[in-house]
Design a protein around this ligand. Structure first.
Ligand code: PEP
Ligand code: MG
Length: 319
């Protein structure tokens, strides 16, 4: 029986109505990437590279970074690995990187915006990323993207470094959708990006103007709020098949939210490694088209609690 479960975890997830969904894993480095491969992940949907920057009293050099990225690629044996560039600012701080104290760090220079204040840090990271093999398995993802120009700018840096290194191949470059402007402008981002991945943790925070770290708001800062769901739908509709859309926030591993994300049209979910088998099992029970038919009703509800309740009732009936 354990053997059958292992086999099911490694097999692709296909919904009852025939949609193939990639179930990937969120990891903090190469060690966790090995766990993810063992758990049956179809790839890495988010490697939070800032974990490499948290140890030590200075930023890791190019060689150290390359070793970690290469090890993550090897752990997945040719499956796609999405590595997110440094996402620092607000809830994520580095002791040796003194960012100016500003009144609203969550709205400050963070994520991809660091190109304006810390270009060397990101340039070193791009060099390390471009030196892995095979580049066909690597996908580079930018955090906190607000508009398409940010992608164009990083692609220019990528091109310049790749040309200097004499590379003939290019890795895919994608954007996280975690602020409302990115969701609303998904069509223009999808022209520049090879893939989009929705970061529902931050998208929920910025849509509802509720701090993701505030324990008093934790119960209400819920991804199932109709406003957040509408932005997810806007992202999928904006991408319009031009590039794949995934979800790498905690919602992807939430047993109630994950089926709804698939019904909203996302192609990939990235979850904690230990959740991969359960999420695949849940997707195999799902009739995504039947749930999609209920979307207008869910999106018209008043708040997240109402959506949770209605969705829970639907799932209890079909399971
Ligand atoms: C997110 O915001 O949903 C996300 C996946 O990124 P992080 O949790 O690292 O901010
Ligand atoms: Mg985020």
């Amino acid at each position: 029986r354990a053997e059958a479960e292992r086999e099911a975890a490694q097999a692709p997830a296909v919904t009852r109505d025939g949609r193939g969904i990639e179930v990937c894993a969120n990891v903090g480095g190469s060690e966790e990437a090995c766990l993810a491969a063992g758990a049956g992940a179809d790839g890495i949907g988010l490697l939070r590279s800032e974990f490499l920057f948290l140890e030590g009293d200075s930023a890791p050099g190019e060689a150290f970074q390359r070793g970690e990225y290469q090890a993550a690629l090897e752990a997945l044996g040719g499956k796609p690995v999405i590595i997110r560039t440094l996402d620092i600012g607000a809830d994520k701080q580095l002791p040796y990187l003194r960012l100016p104290a500003v009144p609203n760090p969550a709205l400050g220079v963070r994520g991809v915006r660091l190109w304006q204040s810390q270009p060397e840090l990101l340039e070193t990271q791009l060099r390390a990323l471009l030196s892995v093999t095979p580049l066909a398995s690597l996908r580079i993802m930018l955090p906190m993207v607000t508009e398409a120009g940010e992608l164009r700018q990083v692609r220019e840096h990528l091109e310049a470094i790749a040309a200097e290194l004499g590379l003939s191949e290019r890795p895919q470059l994608g954007a996280m959708i975690e602020v409302p402007s990115a969701a609303l402008c998904a069509a223009s981002l999808a022209v520049e990006a090879d893939f989009l991945s929705i970061g529902t943790n931050d998208l929920t925070q910025y849509t509802l103007a509720m701090d993701r770290e505030d324990p008093e708001l934790a119960a209400r800062a819920d991804v199932l709020h109709p406003a957040v769901l509408r932005l997810i739908r806007a992202t999928v509709e904006g991408a319009a098949g031009r590039c794949p859309v995934g979800v790498c926030g905690a919602a992807a591993g939430d047993p109630l939210a994950a089926p709804l994300l698939v019904a909203l049209g996302v192609d990939e979910l990235s979850v904690e490694p230990a959740r991969v088998p359960a999420v695949k099992a849940a997707l195999r029970r799902l009739d995504a088209a039947a749930l999609a038919a209920r979307l207008p009703e869910f999106l018209a509800l008043d708040d997240a609690a109402a959506v949770r309740q209605r969705l829970g009732a639907w799932q209890a009936r079909v399971d």
